[in-house]
Design a binder for this molecule. Structure first.
Ligand code: NAD
Length: 498
């Protein structure tokens, strides 16, 4: 299946209410050429705003503003780390004060259930809080070199950094990058996905309200192929941090080669959920639907392959299917809703194509596969949570990242086979292991090639712990103190005492 990069349609009318602005050099600005694109609520199909269709010229403007903010006298990189940390603490507090607004924007922009959106807004505040505390805990080492002297290392900011984020967790992916980049003393150009510009723009405005100087956080909206590519290739940008599809990440690596940019990439996944026969099957069955259907399956960590030991296969299918049927699909504005629409009609069509492929490949459709029969949801990009059983790992539904609410159940017979199946994917982002045998759990965790694993749990993300992928799932680790490495250069200084 060919997946086209998202291309926003030019706005039908410049007069649509809710005209958004980019944030460049502390100003709220339109695109240099005045072009805009429509922002659509996927739950209703209605245009809810227009956003500037930024391009290379706007990226140039943002680079100039960010460079000035970086190294003008008294600029951001010369602030003491403690002062930067205090600014980040104010940023965190403002996000919390504006939590409801951010949650509503996100929910309307990408169809996220409002309860999830509130949790994600709070998570943004907590990430900024963490990096507020981290700012003045970034320090070097002294190294006992063999020559007579003192050898020490310094961690320094890189400069102007480009942050390109996807639409599935728009504000969280932005915060994972802004937090450590700002704590380390860099200035930033944030580019949200075209589907989801609203919270990124608001985060740019809140940075100014929090007292971060003009030009420290710039937000450029626009298509990946133009605005995104201009960031990836720009000689004035020293580092690019990207979250998105593996194919886009490969393109960004190529574009970034021109000035040998530092790069960090968080890419796709096809994560295994390994269930051994001795596991607490009820706990697995009742919680794991959320590990793949949360965010309508549009989650790089979605546990989209269930590898189940054959002895308990039937019971696991029954428990998982029953729990899947109970997932509440509906209006994202309803606090009871657990699964809203996909991000767009286009994404829904892509996922439905995979449902058809699964059936053609001979997998058994156990639950879902179609659209909800609720008349009230007819205009939205909804799809019911879908379970395929008797999948083999060489089927396309088991190999390709579907990025929708579809899970494949694959039986196995031995521990070795479970590990082989888990690793037989070009991806290596996350995964879970369910067993009561601690030895088996740890052997499996060590053997699975993935950056983020959990045992008897589906959790992947902890603000304080590293997050990132093996193999084609990425380069580098975000979150925790590990992320500071992504936004600093390491300088070695030797002082001759001989
Ligand atoms: P995408 O790759 O289409 O777009 C991501 C961002 O890149 C957007 O801002 C887009 O405008 C921009 N972009 C597109 N083409 C570009 C180009 N040529 N040059 C520069 N920028 C360009 O991804 P998406 O559809 O927005 O998000 C879904 C993907 O993101 C999935 O594959 C998912 O697994 C991945 N993802 C990974 C993680 C992780 O941490 N590993 C987290 C969330 C999402």
């Amino acid at each position: 299946m060919t997946v086209q990069p998202e291309v926003p349609s030019p706005a039908a009318s410049q007069a649509t209410p809710g005209g958004l602005h980019m944030v460049i050099g502390g100003e709220r600005v339109d695109a240099a050429d005045g072009q805009t694109f429509d922002v659509v609520n996927p739950a209703t199909g209605k245009v809810i705003a227009t956003a500037p269709m930024g391009g290379a010229e706007d990226v140039d403007r943002a680079v100039v503003a960010a460079r000035k903010a970086y190294d003008e006298p008294g600029g951001w990189s010369s602030w003491s780390a403690t002062k930067r940390g205090r600014a980040l603490a104010r940023y965190s507090a403002l996000v919390k004060e504006n939590l409801e607004e951010l949650a509503q924007l996100e929910s309307q922009n990408v169809g996220k259930p409002i309860t999830s959106a509130r949790g994600e807004a709070l998570a943004v505040s907590l990430v900024f809080e963490y990096y507020a505390g981290a700012a003045n805990k970034v320090f070097g080492e002294t190294i006992p070199v063999s020559r007579p002297g003192l050898d020490l290392t310094l961690r320094e900011p890189i400069g102007v950094v480009g942050l390109i984020v996807p639409w599935n967790f728009p504000m969280n992916m932005a915060s994972w990058k802004l937090g450590p980049a700002l704590a380390a003393g860099n200035t930033c150009i944030l580019k949200p996905a075209s589907y989801s510009p609203m919270t990124a723009i608001r985060l740019g405005e809140l940075a100014l309200e929090a007292g971060l100087p003009s030009g420290v956080v710039n937000v450029v909206t626009g298509p990946g192929g133009t605005a995104g590519a201009a960031i990836a290739a720009h000689p004035g940008i020293a580092k690019v941090a990207f979250t998105g599809e593996t194919r886009t990440g490969q393109e960004i690596m190529r574009l970034a080669a021109g000035n040998v940019k530092k790069i960090s990439l968080e890419l796709g996944g096809k994560s295994p959920n390994i269930v051994y026969a001795d596991a607490d099957l009820e706990a697995f069955g009742t919680t794991s639907p959320y590990s793949v259907f949360d965010n309508c399956g549009q989650d790089c960590c979605a546990r989209s392959r269930i590898l189940v030991e054959r002895a308990v296969h039937d019971r696991v299918v029954e428990l998982f299917s029953d729990a899947t049927r109970r997932v509440k699909v509906g209006d994202p504005a309803d606090a009871e809703t657990e699964m809203g629409p996909l991000v767009s009609q286009r994404q829904r069509e892509r996922v439905r194509e995979f449902v058809a492929i699964g059936q053609e490949e001979g997998a058994e459709l156990v639950v879902g596969g179609g659209v909800p029969d609720d008349e009230a949801l007819v205009d939205g990009a909804y799809l019911m949570p879908t379970v395929f059983d008797h999948v083999s790992n060489d089927m396309r539904i088991a190999r390709e990242e579907i990025f929708g609410p579809v899970v494949s159940i694959i039986p196995f017979d031995t521990e070795e086979e479970a590990v082989r199946l888990a690793n037989s994917t070009p991806y290596g982002l996350s995964g879970s292991i369910w067993t009561r045998d601690i030895g088996k759990a740890l052997r499996t965790a060590r053997a699975v090639q993935a950056g983020v694993l959990s045992i008897n749990s589906n959790s992947s993300v902890h603000t304080e712990a590293p997050f990132g992928g093996y193999k084609m799932s990425g380069v580098g680790r975000e979150l925790g103190m590990h992320a500071i490495e992504l936004y600093t250069e390491l300088k070695n200084v030797f002082i001759d005492l001989g």
